[in-house]
Design a protein around this ligand. Structure first.
Ligand code: HDD
Length: 714
């Protein structure tokens, strides 16, 4: 149990808003109890010696030189000097949460004998780490980048890691190209610029020379690369895997995570601003949602391809730059994942967790995708230097719940005290234990799928991997008009930052023109390149003209659960409006932030004190999804004269957000020179606008406003 905070901290509760602040501090203390280290235990050295003075080094006289003998100071500083470990070579910036996975129905006879896919009553614990790829550990959350989506299932048969991304394809087809790709996208070696993004010469040099990247680069130029938060991203296992049922039959599968919150993204201007206003925007959003009990949820599904259908597509299932369109093979739902607990300690859990695609359990197996095969080696290898040796599986967050028992011994950071004399197998000294378990339909030993391979050793790319453009074209065709506009803007922004003209030209002529000539011509115009008149590669006939499942505008949840709404107030605000809109939004599962001119409570029109959640400056419009302004003549007058409040409204308008103005707040329209539209609503009071306001928020953006919003200053 937590003991009380030191007396020095309690004086905080003596201010004007005494009651509220004291109450919420008490709540916080209760909430944080389980994270507390207030054990009542004495301060001791690592050797267990009680410390009498933690303020002063041992010196020869109060003003004299420090003494080498001071083992207490030396132990403390030495440990501190080694606090950092190498960050991940890619995906260094991340955040994570605990939760569980629950299957809908037993899969043993249908698809996979994996134990965690059998019992609908069983909750298998998971730990999920989301990440960006390019930036270092302290970089911004909202940069344009792929998001990692790595899930560790702690199953009774061992750990299964599904190490995916929020995009269904990858930049390269063969793992041997991974260091080249990563060197190209990372900050440039001479000046370590840019942090967190791909808008620079080396990235575009590489991808314009490597056409297999065309499809994935297009994904990174869509709004998928700037998600509004991590609760609303899709996840993909990317590669084709195998699942093996109880009869030993194998089927090919592709993994999908579909967010219950729907798929939503930021606009580019929002993403850029948010990177400065709140570097931790995504980390904070996930943390706060879970702390508030709004647990993010995803559905796990698989696309299933029977072994005999392996070659029936016009692309190769083993090629990680290809999707299987959902219109050809729908996603079969398997179960749901809920994230319901934040970590206790970032370093111990989020930083030290070690994922690896080769962590599989019986019932799940690999395909021969050459990118996947390379990954099976790379991840364990990287942990050896990152986590300091081969015993990283003993770190609590990596420990399986299934017991592990084998003859592996010693090495750095070994914590298990192994018993017995026989650290080899077979043995007759320890009764032959631990022994092998034969493979079987249930709870058996792991057995690789009995696949026949008969071939020459070659360094070759299969001809079936040769079409690099037709799926990129399909993806571009499947996007809605605003999504296509954003893609054109993103290529133009990124290539506009490329200094070398020949790289701009190569990307336009040899890559974009082969995806879509119109796209290439528009980007060319924006970056000062002569527009191409024809592709350089003969277009392949598309077997599918469009895949609606690829447009994220078709992937909204249709409700406002989990969204964040600002309510702008000042002294004199109509308290009834605030109360009414709050209860209407909370009833729909939204989060409401009442924002004042500063963090102090405001006085409502009836004289009562109205607590606020923060200041409008501290929670800028880019961090929220919609804005409501309640009535109250004095409050509206104050907001009309407040630059922060006016900017708030104009920025929310520019970013196509739903805005509702109640009562006197309608007067603000003139002040900021905006006009009503299908998402900018006015009404006599909160009750009169709330229904339309909620419907507008559920649509996520007021797309029809976009052309007009361009003239609003950024
Ligand atoms: Fe990777 C980390 C996802 C290709 C080598 N990768 C890493 C993480 C994710 C992915 C989500 C972060 C895990 C975490 O949160 O700790 N990587 C992917 C996907 C790929 C992919 C979806 C293609 C489909 N990766 C890939 C290749 C290689 C690597 C081809 C090497 C041959 N990836 C690594 C790594 C990392 C890593 C260097 C860095 C830190 C780590 O593994 O633990 O080994």
């Amino acid at each position: 149990m937590a003991t009380k905070k030191p007396a020095a901290n309690t004086s905080e509760a003596a201010g004007t808003d005494t009651l509220d602040r004291a109450n919420s501090n008490a709540k916080l203390e209760q909430l944080e109890d389980f994270r507390s280290d207030a054990t009542g235990a004495a301060l001791r050295t690592n050797q267990g010696v009680k410390i009498a003075d933690n303020q002063n080094t041992l010196k020869a006289g109060a003003r004299g030189p420090s003494l080498l003998e001071d083992f207490i100071m030396r132990e403390k500083i030495t440990h501190f000097d080694h606090e950092r470990i190498p960050e991940r070579i890619v995906h260094a910036r991340g955040t994570a949460a605990h939760g569980y996975f629950q299957v809908y129905e037993a899969q043993g006879k249908k698809l996979s004998k994996a134990g965690f896919l059998q019992d609908p009553a069983k909750k298998t614990p998971v730990f999920v780490r989301f990440s960006t790829v390019q930036g270092p550990r302290g970089s911004g959350d909202t940069v344009r980048d792929v998001r990692g989506f790595a899930v560790k299932f702690y199953t009774d048969e061992g750990n299964f890691d599904l190490v995916g991304n929020n995009m269904p394809v990858f930049f390269i087809q063969d793992a041997i190209k991974f260091p080249d790709f990563v060197h190209a996208v990372k900050p440039e070696p001479h000046n370590e610029i840019p942090t967190g993004g791909s808008a620079h010469d080396t990235f575009w040099d590489f991808v314009s020379l490597v056409p297999e990247s065309a499809h994935m680069v297009l994904w990174t130029m869509t709004d998928r690369a700037i998600p509004v938060n991590l609760r609303s991203i899709q996840g993909f296992g990317v590669h084709t895997f195998r699942m093996i049922d109880v009869e030993g039959k194998s089927r090919f599968v592709k993994f999908h995570w579909k967010p219950a919150q729907g798929v939503r993204s930021l606009l580019w201007d929002e993403a850029q601003k948010l990177a400065g206003k709140d570097t931790d925007a995504h980390r904070r959003d996930l943390w706060e949602a879970i702390e508030s009990g709004d647990y993010p949820e995803w559905e796990l599904g698989v696309q299933i391809v029977e072994e005999e259908d392996e070659h029936k597509f016009d692309f190769d299932l083993l090629d990680p730059t290809k999707i299987i369109p959902e219109e050809l093979v729908p996603v079969t739902p398997l179960g749901k994942m809920v994230l319901n607990r934040n970590p206790d300690n970032f370093f111990a859990e989020t930083e030290q967790v070690a994922f690896c695609p080769s962590h599989v359990v019986p019932g799940i197996d690999f395909s021969n995708d050459p990118l996947l095969q390379g990954r099976l080696f790379s991840y364990t290898d990287t942990q050896i230097s990152r986590l300091g040796g081969p015993n990283f599986h003993e770190i609590p967050i990596n420990r399986p719940v299934a017991p592990n028992h084998n003859g592996q011994r010693d090495a750095q950071h070994r914590t298990t005290i192994d018993k017995g004399r026989a650290s080899y197998e077979p043995n007759s000294i320890d009764g032959g234990w631990p022994k092998e378990t034969p493979a079987g339909p249930v709870d058996g030993g792991f057995e690789s799928y009995y696949e026949r391979v008969d071939a020459h050793k070659v360094r070759e790319r299969s001809e079936s991997f040769g079409d690099h453009f037709s799926q990129a074209t399909l993806f571009f065709n499947s996007l809605s008009a605003p999504e296509q506009e954003h893609v054109i803007a993103a290529y133009s922004f990124e290539l506009g930052k490329v200094e070398r003209q020949w790289i701009r030209e190569r990307q336009v002529n040899e890559i974009l023109a082969n995806i879509d000539l119109g796209l290439a011509q528009k980007v060319a115009k924006n970056i000062g390149v002569a527009p191409p008149s024809a592709p350089t590669v003969k277009p392949k006939k598309l077997s599918l003209e469009k895949s609606p499942a690829l447009s994220q505008l078709n992937l909204l949840s249709g409700n406002i659960k989990g969204t964040k709404i600002a309510v702008l107030v000042a002294d004199g605000v109509n308290g009834d409006d605030v109360k009414a809109i709050k209860s209407a939004l909370l009833a729909e599962g939204a989060h409401v932030k009442v924002l004042g001119p500063n963090a102090a409570p405001v006085t409502a029109a009836d004289g009562s004190a109205l607590p606020v959640d923060g200041s409008a400056e501290g929670m800028p419009s880019v961090a929220l999804d919609a804005v409501f302004v309640p009535g109250g003549a004095k409050s509206v007058e104050a907001l009309s004269a407040d630059g922060v409040a006016k900017h708030y409204l104009m920025e929310a308008y520019k970013h196509l957000k739903a805005i509702a103005l109640a009562g006197e707040a309608k007067d603000l329209l003139k002040v900021v020179s905006l006009e009503e539209d299908e998402g900018l609503l006015t009404g006599a009071d909160a009750g009169a606008v709330q229904k339309d306001f909620i419907a507008a928020i559920a649509k996520h953006r007021v797309w029809a406003r976009e052309p007009k919003a361009k003239s609003v200053p950024a």
